[in-house]
Design a protein around this ligand. Sequence first.
Ligand SMILES: [Zn+2]
Ligand SMILES: [Zn+2]
Length: 363
Amino acid sequence: MPRDYYEILGVSRSATDAELKKAYRQLAMQCHPDRNPADKRAEERFKEVSEAYAVLSDPEKRAHFDRFGTVGPGGGFTDTGFGTLFEDIFENFFSGGAGGSRRSRAARGEDLQYELKIALEEAAAGVETKIQIPRLESCDACGGTGVEPGSRLEMCDLCRGRGEVRRTHGFLTVAQPCSKCQGAGQLNRHPCARCRGEGRQRSERLLSVKIPAGIEDGMQLRLSGEGSGGVNGGPPGDLYVLVRIREHEIFVREGADLYCDLPVGFAQLTLGAEVQVPVLNGTAELRIPPGSQPNQILKLKGKGLPRLRQRGHGDHGYRLILEVPQKLNAKQREALLAYEAASRGEHGPLAQAFLERMKKLFG
Ligand SMILES: [Zn+2]
Ligand SMILES: [Zn+2]
């Protein structure tokens, strides 16, 4: 079923060109993809409306459609000649060309990002620090207008303040933003000397940043309104502080838990021991129970990092790394030989299981 283009635009069959154009603009504005991001239905509607207008605004195509109810040879919207014309019209819609409304000079300032490196100890305790931010700020001399104090903006003589210039494009008159004033409708003939008419000036600002205890590497803090200043009364952007945590000499972090390798001797593992271990900002006592195994992880509860925006702390884990002596003095040698002699015929559970498996295999 061919669609009724009049119905799509909501106009009568006798609609004039001006009525068509008005209806089309209104509908296209409503369902333009820029105004309805990620809305499939609006996008479909937008295409439909655009196609209807493409056909009905062309006298030849409209006559064909009126007579046969179809688009006829050459198609409607796919016609390349039309494609560019419609892009032209749209550019005008959204840059303020439609209805002669002027493009606002005000604009929001840019968002900025600052990378802040902190130590693991600082991440654990939380820290308040100062950062130096280079940014554009509203000009003191002109108050952000970009106009030299005592002067004012003048009406653009090319577009007479309308911000747009009309250009005839076949049977359609297309409005384009004025090239002299960039659509503002006003000219700045006396730019501010301090900011060269930009309304903003470079500045370095010392800001205080509060890093919450337990923050993790790669998290961002948003400082609302601390980005670049707005243009001509526009609001400022935001500042994002990206927190990077420097690698620690000893500790590895996993969420709120900390880990480190702890070298120990055979006798400490066998007999058990109390050892001094490093924790963040100091040392603590760690009890190695008798019979501990190499690579076993022992934990000190609550000695890790504070949990971000939660109560309590993570744990501190110590991986027992067995260090075998590479040299022995006479006394040590004697003691070990005595130990070996005393242990003859005794096997631990691992050795026992291994021996049994060997027996099964070889009889
Ligand atoms: Zn102008
Ligand atoms: Zn200025």
